[in-house]
Ligand binder design. Structure first.
Ligand SMILES: Cc1cc2nc3c(=O)[nH]c(=O)nc-3n(C[C@H](O)[C@H](O)[C@H](O)COP(=O)(O)OP(=O)(O)OC[C@H]3O[C@@H](n4cnc5c(N)ncnc54)[C@H](O)[C@@H]3O)c2cc1C
Length: 383
């Protein structure tokens, strides 16, 4: 078996602590949060105190200046535990990352320590009912009026939508400038004119509050602009490699967990006087899936190494996201089969994983968009 060699003893110690936190503070409550459609807000400050939020931020902003491997540990442990309700990744790896990378000192001081402590929950508002993959087609407008922007529009499928206190919102500041007319604006959710819509009912991720959001002439000071006006597309592009690698990291961790659940279960379960694992079909199928997982594991770990050196390209990250999320859906489907009827029962992690996995091929850029990115690199003369 190929051994992973990315992590130091410090990372492994952190992994143990995260695992214990998940066992104590998340797993016992996850089903009740699934029923409620969102996690208990009280989880957030606990997660902050345990170091699960914004680990990369420097200490002056509430983080502990950790390297990306600490994010990897958090993502892997949440994924293996099926803890898909808490929207920590959007909060830490996207919203806080954007504010840290592009915010003014005042914005960083105002938001980041509270985000690291879990006192403030962040959301990223890009997608609209009529624009998802084609981000530049968004219609939400921010019109300058003196020292304020007046924001009107609508967002959909926004993770942390019910719990968020601040949104990094993609708006059109110049509707005639295409991608260059898009800006990120920080919008506090206690502003008049902001309204949360439905907490959307989904196939999976049932404890995640994925929501509609409405903006009806919401006024924010121009000092809430993140980065420069018209810069949102460029900012989003500059963070894509890390975001997609993070999705791949989560996907391959779940693949490995699902295979282990299946290996354990098929050795216990009997049919026709023998264990399910005694059937050659079981061993062959699991061996084949394991081989695919191993190949992706090596690829993802190599991508992590490159990312640590700031050398991971957006195209390679797209390949990792494409392959790992497609494999995740294949593996959970094929593993579920070995559980028979139990595999269809919600109390079995494989059933939840089946429901939770499907979104991976859609959110964070669809598989088709990933193929498009890779294809464009390979066929550079085609536009
Ligand atoms: C649970 C969940 C959580 C989410 N969280 C967030 C969030 O926090 N913030 C946020 O802003 N968004 C979020 N999203 C939105 C998500 O990012 C979008 O759903 C995704 O980008 C796809 O956009 P779309 O739904 O508009 O599909 P569309 O863009 O309408 O795509 C429809 C189909 O057309 C295909 N297609 C589109 N363009 C091309 C092309 N060029 N070539 C070939 N095929 C193409 C797509 O691959 C897809 O199969 C979330 C979605 C879900 C379901």
């Amino acid at each position: 078996m190929i051994q992973r060699n990315l992590f130091s003893p410090e990372h492994e110690q952190f992994r143990d602590a995260i695992r214990r936190f998940i066992e104590k503070e998340i797993t016992p409550y996850h089903e009740s949060w699934e029923d409620a459609g969102l996690v208990d807000r009280a989880l957030w400050p606990k997660a902050g105190a345990a170091g699960l939020l914004c680990p990369n931020l420097p200490e002056e902003y509430g983080g502990y200046g950790a390297d990306f491997l600490f994010n990897v540990v958090i993502i892997e442990e949440l994924s293996k535990a099926g803890a898909t309700g808490p929207g920590f990744s959007v909060h830490s790896d996207m919203v806080a990352t954007y504010i840290y990378a592009f915010g003014t000192e005042a914005q960083k001081q105002r938001w980041l320590p509270k985000m690291a402590a879990g006192e403030v929950v962040g959301a990223l508002g890009l997608t609209e009912p009529s624009a998802g993959s084609d981000l530049k087609a968004i219609r939400t407008r921010a019109v300058r009026d003196g020292d304020e922007y007046v924001i009107s529009g609508q967002k959909v499928y926004i993770s942390n939508g019910q719990l968020c206190d601040v949104i990094v919102l993609a708006c059109k500041t110049d509707p005639n400038a295409g991608a260059k007319g898009m800006s990120f604006i920080l919008v506090e959710t206690d502003r008049p004119g902001f309204r949360r819509g439905r907490n959307l009912k989904k196939i999976g991720l049932k404890a995640q509050d994925t929501s509609e959001l409405f903006f009806d002439e919401v006024r924010v000071p121009v000092s809430n602009l993140l980065g420069k006006e018209g810069g949102a597309f460029g900012m989003a592009m500059s963070k894509l490699a890390e975001e997609r690698l993070s999705i791949a990291v989560s996907a391959i961790a779940l693949v490995e967990a699902a295979l282990q659940w299946t290996i354990d279960y098929t050795q216990e379960r009997k049919a026709f006087g023998q264990s399910i694992s005694d059937f050659q079909n079981t061993r062959f199928k699991i061996a084949e899936l394991h081989a695919m997982a191993l190949a992706q594991r090596v690829f993802v770990d190599r991508c992590i190494e490159l990312h640590l050196k700031k050398e991971l390209s957006a195209v390679d990250a797209a390949a990792a996201k494409l392959l790992c999320t497609e494999l995740q859906c294949k593996v959970v489907d094929e593993c579920l089969q070995f559980f028979g009827g139990y595999g269809y029962m919600w109390e079995y992690p494989i059933a939840r994983a089946y429901a939770d996995s499907r979104i991976r091929k859609i959110a964070g850029g669809t598989s088709e968009v990933m193929r498009e990115i890779i294809g464009r690199e390979l066929f550079k003369n085609i536009h």
